[in-house]
Design a protein around this ligand. Structure first.
Ligand SMILES: C[S@@+](CC[C@H](N)C(=O)[O-])C[C@H]1O[C@@H](n2cnc3c(N)ncnc32)[C@H](O)[C@@H]1O
Length: 528
C-alpha cells in the first residue's frame, strides 16, 4: 500500500441545503473519522480510500472536494496571487487538462467569469514559468477540476474529486417535466425509513412515478448498488496522485456487492397516469440495469391499491406541484384522492410525500408523523412522513371542521378576561328568549337571533332547524386585526354552550358587507 493511501485528508462534501445531517451520517458510515455539518456541506476527514468511497457510494453528496488552500481574495490580483501559492505540479502534468468552477457570495469580486479566468491564468502561468509548457483548458472531462468558493473575500481552493455533480448517476436518459434530483430522491427514501423497510422485505410503491427516480434510487439502496458505479468519469481519474489500483479494488468490491444485493431485492413498483412518463421511466430503469427489478405501468391514482402478494412497505411519492393553495383546484383533489386511497387500502404502510405546498397535505385527511424542510433545486418543499393507522386519520367533513375550529377557539381564549364576551352571551340569551315566544306563536323555521347588537361583536347569527350560521361582517382595515381575531374566537368558543348545541352544528363565514346595510330590525323579521 502506498503512503498516500493512508495519509489523513481534510475533505469537504457539498450537498443541497437540508441534507447536511443525513450526509454526515452517511460519511461516518463510510468510515469518516470526523464529520462536521456546515451550511450545504459536511467537512470530514479520512484517507484517500474514503475520498474514493465517498465518490462511489455517497447517495446524498453533490461534490467531494479536496481542499488545497484558503487565501484572501478581495481583489482579482489577490485571488491570482493566492492561487499561485499552491504547487500545481503536484496535481497535474504540465501538459495536462483542467477546468475551473467558481462560486462566489458576499465578496468584492462578483463577476464569476472574470474570476474563473483569473484562476486559470494563475495556474497556467505557474506551469509556463516553471516548465515553459502549459496545461490546456478542457470543458469536458478535464484531468483535474479546480473548485473555488469565494465567500466574504476568502477563497477556498479545492480539487473537485467528483468532477461533475454526483447526483448525475448516469442512468437518466429521459426526464419528465419535474424530475427529482437523484440525491434528493435518495434523501427522501432515507428519511422515510426505506433502508430498514427494505431489509424486512417490504414493498416500495410510487403511484405517480414520473421518470422513476424514487424507484431507481430505492432499488439501488435496497440492492446495495453503489450510486457511482455507472459513472465513467470522476475528477480524480486524471489527478497526478491518483491511486488507480486502489480505485479499481473499490470498484470491484462495489460490483460484487451489487450482484449479491440485487439478487434479493424486494418488490418495487411504480404507476403514472401519463404514458410519456412511463416511457421515460422504462428508459431510465433500463439504463440503470434494473429492468428485472422494477415494474412500472400506466395507472391512474384512483385505482391505486397494493396487490395481494405485495408485503406491507413504503409508499413514496412526489405529486404534481402547485405554488399556492387554490391556484390549481385539481391539485387539491389529487391530495384528497391520495389520502382516501391510502386510508382505504394501505393500513399499516409507511408513506413519504414530497410536496411544494404543505397546505395541500392537509387535504389528505391524515396527520403526519414527522415533517422535514428540503429544497428541490431552488424550490423549498416539505417532506411529510405518515404511518397509515386509524389514530392518524382526520375527519375532513364540514362538521368535523367546525368542531376543530371551535376547539381551537376555546384554547385561544382560555385564561382571558371573559367580561366582554359575557355581555355578548347575555345579549344572545335575551334575544333568544324573546324570539322563541314568537317562533312558537308563528311557527317559523329559521330566524336571526343576533345582528351586531353590540358594536364590538359584529356578527349576524341565524338559527335554522338545529344548525347555526355565524357570519362575521368584515371589519374595516382601520380595526386592529388582532382584536378582530380575538372577538371571532370568543364568539366561536362560547356559542355552543350559549345555544346548547353541538360545535359540529355551528358554521362560520366572513362576509364583506358594510354595517349600515344590515338594519337591526332584520332580526325581528323571522323568516318562514
Ligand atoms: C412531479 S411528477 C413526479 C416526478 C418524479 N418523482 C420524477 O422524479 O420524475 C408528478 C407525476 O404525477 C403524475 N400524475 C398526475 N396525476 C396523476 C394521477 N391522477 N394518477 C397517476 N399519476 C398522476 C404526472 O403524470 C407526473 O408524472
Amino acid at each position: 500500500m502506498k503512503k498516500q493511501e493512508k495519509k489523513l485528508l481534510n475533505l469537504f462534501a457539498t450537498t443541497p441545503k437540508g441534507l447536511e445531517l443525513l450526509l454526515a451520517d452517511e460519511l461516518r458510515a463510510l468510515g469518516a473519522s470526523t464529520a462536521a455539518e456546515k451550511l450545504a456541506g459536511v467537512a470530514f476527514t479520512g484517507d484517500l480510500s474514503l475520498a474514493y468511497q465517498a465518490c462511489l457510494w455517497s447517495r446524498l453528496a453533490n461534490r467531494i472536494l479536496l481542499p488545497l488552500a484558503t487565501v484572501p481574495a478581495s481583489t482579482p490580483d489577490e485571488l491570482y496571487a493566492g492561487v499561485q501559492t499552491i504547487a500545481w505540479d503536484e496535481h497535474l502534468e504540465p501538459e495536462g487538462t483542467l477546468a475551473v468552477h467558481f462560486v462566489c457570495s458576499q465578496s468584492n469580486i462578483t463577476h464569476s467569469l472574470f474570476a474563473t479566468q483569473k484562476v486559470k491564468d494563475a495556474i497556467v502561468d505557474q506551469f509556463r514559468d516553471k516548465y515553459g509548457l502549459r496545461p490546456n483548458i478542457a470543458r469536458e472531462e478535464p484531468q483535474i477540476k479546480v473548485y473555488v468558493y469565494l465567500h466574504r473575500n476568502q477563497a477556498s481552493i479545492s480539487l473537485d474529486f467528483s468532477g461533475e455533480s454526483l447526483h448525475r448517476r448516469n442512468y437518466r436518459e429521459a426526464a419528465g417535466p419535474a424530475p427529482l434530483k437523484e440525491n434528493l430522491a435518495a434523501a427522501i427514501l432515507v428519511r422515510a425509513g426505506w433502508p430498514e423497510i427494505a431489509k424486512e422485505g417490504g414493498t416500495l410503491l410510487d403511484p405517480m412515478c414520473g421518470s422513476a427516480t424514487l424507484l431507481i434510487e430505492g432499488a439501488m439502496m435496497a440492492g446495495d448498488v453503489a450510486p457511482g458505479l455507472l459513472r465513467d468519469y470522476f475528477g480524480f481519474l486524471g489527478w497526478k496522485q491518483h491511486e488507480a489500483k486502489l480505485w479499481e479494488k473499490l470498484v470491484k468490491q462495489a460490483q460484487a456487492r451489487s450482484t449479491a444485493g440485487l439478487a434479493k431485492l424486494p418488490t418495487i413498483v411504480g404507476y403514472d397516469l401519463d404514458p410519456a412518463a412511463i416511457k421515460n421511466a422504462f428508459e431510465n430503469i433500463e439504463s440503470a440495469g434494473l429492468l428485472s427489478s422494477i415494474h412500472v405501468e400506466k395507472r391512474d391514482l384512483s385505482v391505486f391499491a397494493p396487490k395481494p402478494k405485495e408485503k406491507i412497505g413504503l409508499v413514496v411519492v412526489n405529486p404534481p406541484y402547485g405554488e399556492r393553495l387554490g391556484e390549481h383546484p385539481s391539485l387539491q383533489s389529487i391530495y384528497t384522492l391520495l389520502g382516501d386511497r391510502l386510508k382505504a387500502s394501505f393500513l399499516g404502510w409507511r408513506v413519504g410525500i414530497l410536496m411544494g405546498n404543505p397546505d395541500l397535505g392537509k387535504k389528505m385527511g391524515l396527520r403526519a408523523k414527522r415533517h422535514y424542510s428540503l429544497f428541490n433545486g431552488a424550490l423549498p418543499c416539505r417532506l411529510l412522513i405518515f404511518d397509515v393507522i386509524p389514530e392518524y386519520f382526520i375527519d375532513r367533513s364540514p362538521s368535523a371542521d367546525n368542531e376543530r375550529r371551535i376547539r381551537a377557539a376555546k384554547r385561544a381564549i382560555a385564561g382571558q378576561d371573559q367580561q366582554a364576551v359575557q355581555m355578548f352571551i347575555n345579549r344572545v340569551g335575551k334575544n333568544l328568549k324573546h324570539l322563541r315566544r314568537r317562533v312558537e306563536r308563528e311557527g317559523v323555521s329559521s330566524y336571526r337571533i343576533y345582528d351586531a347588537d353590540l358594536p364590538e361583536y359584529s356578527f349576524a347569527i341565524d338559527l335554522s332547524a338545529d344548525t347555526v350560521q355565524v357570519q362575521e361582517y368584515q371589519a374595516p382595515k382601520t380595526v386592529d386585526a388582532k382584536k378582530v381575531l380575538m372577538r371571532r374566537q370568543e364568539v366561536l368558543a362560547v356559542l355552543p354552550d350559549a345555544l346548547n348545541l353541538s360545535p359540529a352544528k355551528i358554521f362560520f363565514t366572513i362576509i364583506a358587507r358594510p354595517k349600515k346595510e344590515r338594519p337591526n330590525r332584520d332580526r325581528q323579521q323571522a323568516r318562514r
